[in-house]
Every structure is written in structure tokens, then in C-alpha cells.
Design a protein around this ligand. Structure first.
Ligand SMILES: Cc1ncc(COP(=O)(O)O)c(C=O)c1O
Length: 461
């Protein structure tokens, strides 16, 4: 589709399905934080749940079977959406992507002969899996990034250990927007690993075809893809890989039987063995509705649109200059569109080239009705690489703040303001328009670092 037709399609969509953004005066640029729902999704969901009676899917009665059918249909629809063969893959419903990662981390049979290999560029919910690996004596290996925050081409994936080994990477970085090669999955499997693909930031605006990506476990959160429901995510798992996991406990809904007298239990042999307690069956009813919304817009059209918006966003950031001609900001990650998604992180600079604290930018943008995200975005590895935070004094500073006392501004002070401790992230999605980006451009042009510092000082009292 040509650019003008695409623009027309998405502006009409914005007016029809997302006009609450314009009514509220919002320039929403935090799609990596959360997607937004189309209004018709809510109507369709209400329509489904208001006409039928849904009982607990764990009961066996007519109302329960309606809920069970709905959940099973949702499972099949998720597999269809990602081109995952139902004979090979199944879907475990979780609360979010983090819940999916935890299920794998806590049940993966790590041992002293195992390796857990992961990119430095990962969300904390992937890094957190290292605790399970370390507790069981596995070796944890981090792969470094290059100056563009891509996987360093010289980084070598070591062969898997002689025990069960796991490799984890994000399809798209929630910090830099970098899209890591999906071929890493096949490469890691050929080296003996099982593979966790974090698709949370990638799935909303890119087609993920599990017929051609060799991952054992894929995690995602549906609110990131289409805004609603919140509180439902998925672990899409190869059946064979799921069967090799060792659950650390059982719970309601996960077992064929439990005997108190004989202290035995038997986990079920399908996805339900991983769904602890009563699932969010009404929320899950909204998942096929959201998938249908993306299908109706067209996943390729969404992708193309986001590529175009990202080009404009990068251009705005590259051309922001002070009156004296010096750059108004520093961007982290790739300058171009190749192998990247619609997420860009940067920091503003004053006219003398000094960094402006990200909090001041975030706050001024908020005052202007622009939703950005500030900080490290739960991605410490990409942040350390981007900001140069790997120095030994960083560790001293982190250790100097006991639980409950840590803040990023205190960390900045401890580091003598030599490095940024956070950045500003802008991300685009299905409802973004050029007008939102124009507002960001206007904001950057009028941003006055010394005014913002004064406002912050006043607010801090
Ligand atoms: C790449 C990536 N992975 C995992 C997560 C965790 O998602 P959730 O907070 O929905 O569990 C996020 C959230 O921002 C993310 O961007």
C-alpha cells in the first residue's frame, strides 16, 4: 500500500476507534509500555459476556462448559495468529509475559552441568530467570552488545552444557527497539539449547510466524498487543519442551488427582498443568476479539505504518538542534530503520552539551500532554551499555543504598552526575498519527533546560 493510502487508513482508524486520545488531548507515545484498545473491542467483549452465563471452568456443568469452550477457542486462536502448529505447540494462559517467563524459569531442570545464556539486552523478567539457574548451580553467560546496542557480532554463544541448557533473547528490545535476529533461535537450538523468545515488545507490530522461528517457549502480554484485556498473557510452548519442565508445586486446576493420605499427586498432561487456580476466563474471552482487531486492520499494514512513523520519529530526533547548531539530544541504538521497531530512547542535552536529567524531560512532556516513558525501562543491560554504567563505582553506589532507599536521582548523585542513569523513551503504535509526532517535535523545539530545572527545583520544594 502506498504511504498516502496507509496514512488515510490509519487516520480514519484513529478517528473511529481511538478518538478518546484526541478528546483528552493526549499525544500517547508509550506503546512499548502498553498498547491501546480499539473501542469496538470493548463492545464486542461486552456483547460476548453479557448474553451468556459463564461458570468456573474447573466445574463440570453447563455454565462451566461454556467458559471451558471459550478458553479452548482462545487457545486455538492464539496458535492460529502466530502460525503455530497445534500438534507441536500449545498455549498456557498467564497473567502477563513475566508470568510466562517465571513458569519456565522455576520449572526448567537446571543443574550444575547446565548453561543459561542470554543477551544483556533483556527485560528484568528474563534476567530474573538467572536466579533459578544460579540456585541450581548452572553457569550463567551474558552476551555483550555493540555500540548500536545490537548483539556484538564477535560475541560467541558457547555450546550448551551437558545438562539441560537454556538460551533467552528478546525479538525486539524494549529499550532501543533493536530487533535481534530470529535466526538466533535456530542457532542456539543447534548448539543444544532450548530457546525462550521474549516477544512482548515485538508481537504488537510485527508478524511472528512460529512455523519458521525455532523457539521452544515464547512469552507475551496481550495488553501490549491490543490494550485490552490487561492481566492476560501467554506462554506459547512446544508441547515436548513443556513436558520436560518440572513444576515446583501443584495448585487447583493443575492436577488429575492429589491424595492427602498417600501424599501423591499427578499433574495434568497439557497446558492446564501450568495454569494455577482459576484462570481469568472472562478476560481471556477478550483475547480473540483483540486478535480479530489486529487481523481486521492487517498485521502487515500495522507493521508498515509503524515503520513509516519510526522513520519520522528518528528524523525528528536527528534534526533537533539548539540555536548554536549543537545537537539537542543523544539517541541510543540504531539511527536507521534496518532491523528495528518503533521504540527509540534518547536524552536531551543543553546548549553546552550537558545532559538534561530524564525526569525533567518526562515531567515537562507530561505537562504538555505527551506520554513518554523515563528511566531504564526494566532493561538494565541495555541501559548499562548505552549509558556507560559498567564502571566499578556503579557497584559501590548500588551497594550503598539499602532496600527502600534506592532512587535513580540518588544513584546519579552518587555517580557525580558523570553518566545518565535513565533515558526518555518514545514508542509508536497502531493509533499514533503524524500529529502526535508533530507535538513531540514542537515540544523538543521549545524545551528549555534551565526552565525545566527551575520547575523541578520548585516541585521538589
Ligand atoms: C521485552 C519485554 N519483555 C517482557 C516484558 C514484561 O511484560 P509484563 O510487564 O507485561 O509482564 C516487557 C514489558 O515491558 C517487555 O517490554
Amino acid at each position: 500500500m502506498d504511504a498516502a493510502a496507509l496514512k488515510e487508513q490509519f487516520e480514519a482508524l484513529r478517528a473511529q476507534e481511538f478518538h478518546r486520545l484526541d478528546e483528552g488531548g493526549h499525544a500517547y507515545l508509550d506503546y512499548t509500555g502498553s498498547g491501546l484498545y480499539a473501542e469496538s473491542q470493548l463492545r464486542r467483549h461486552i456483547d460476548i459476556i453479557e448474553r451468556q452465563v459463564f461458570g468456573n471452568p474447573h466445574s463440570v456443568n453447563p455454565t462451566s462448559s461454556v467458559a471451558t469452550r471459550l478458553m479452548e477457542e482462545a487457545r486455538q486462536d492464539v496458535l492460529r495468529f502466530f502460525d503455530a502448529d497445534p500438534a507441536e505447540y500449545t498455549v498456557v494462559f498467564t497473567n502477563n509475559a513475566s508470568g510466562a517467563l517465571k513458569l519456565v524459569g522455576e520449572a526448567f531442570p537446571f543443574g550444575p552441568e547446565s548453561r543459561f545464556v542470554l543477551l544483556r539486552d533483556n527485560h528484568n523478567s528474563v534476567h530474573g530467570m538467572r536466579i533459578y539457574a544460579e540456585r541450581r548451580g548452572a553457569q550463567v553467560v551474558y552476551l555483550r552488545l555493540d555500540a548500536e546496542l545490537r548483539l556484538d557480532p564477535d560475541a560467541v554463544i558457547p555450546p550448551a552444557g551437558s545438562g539441560p541448557s537454556l538460551f533467552a533473547f528478546p525479538a525486539q528490545s524494549n529499550f532501543s527497539g533493536v530487533q535481534h535476529s530470529l535466526g538466533l533461535a535456530e542457532k542456539a537450538r543447534s548448539l543444544g539449547y532450548q530457546v525462550v523468545l521474549d516477544a512482548a515488545a515485538f508481537a504488537p507490530t510485527n508478524r511472528l510466524d512460529l512455523g519458521s522461528v525455532d523457539a521452544d517457549f515464547v512469552c507475551l502480554s496481550f495488553y501490549k498487543m491490543f490494550g485490552y484485556p490487561t492481566g492476560v498473557g501467554a506462554l506459547i510452548a512446544r508441547r515436548e519442551a513443556l513436558a520436560r519442565l518440572q513444576r515446583p508445586w501443584f495448585a487447583g486446576g493443575t492436577v488429575d488427582f492429589v491424595s492427602v493420605e498417600h501424599r501423591v499427586h499427578q499433574l495434568r498432561n497439557d497446558a492446564s498443568a501450568f495454569e494455577d487456580g482459576t484462570p481469568d476466563f472472562l478476560g481471556i474471552a477478550a483475547v480473540p476479539v483483540g486478535l480479530d482487531f489486529l487481523r481486521s486492520v492487517g498485521t502487515n499494514a500495522v507493521h508498515e505504518r509503524v515503520v513509516g512513523l519510526t522513520a519520522r520519529l528518528l528524523e525528528i530526533l536527528a534534526s533537533a538542534r539548539h540555536g548554536n547548531g549543537s545537537p539537542k539530544l543523544v539517541r541510543y541504538g540504531p539511527a536507521g530503520l534496518e532491523a528495528r521497531g518503533g521504540t527509540v530512547t534518547f536524552n536531551l542535552l543543553d546548549a553546552e552539551g550537558r545532559l538534561v536529567p530524564y525526569e525533567a524531560v518526562e515531567e515537562s512532556a507530561s505537562n504538555a500532554g505527551i506520554s513518554l516513558r523515563g528511566g531504564c525501562f526494566c532493561n538494565p543491560g541495555a541501559a548499562e551499555a548505552a549509558f556507560g554504567l559498567a564502571s566499578p563505582e556503579m557497584l559501590d553506589c548500588l551497594r550503598s543504598m539499602p532496600p527502600g532507599t534506592f532512587t535513580l536521582p540518588k544513584l546519579a548523585t552518587c555517580l557525580d552526575h558523570k553518566y545518565p542513569v535513565g533515558g526518555v523513551r518514545a514508542s509508536v503504535g497502531v493509533a499514533t498519527t503524524e500529529a502526535d509526532l508533530d507535538r513531540l517535535e514542537g515540544f523538543l523545539a521549545s524545551f528549555d533546560a534551565s526552565e525545566a530545572a527551575k520547575e523541578q527545583a520548585t516541585a521538589a520544594g
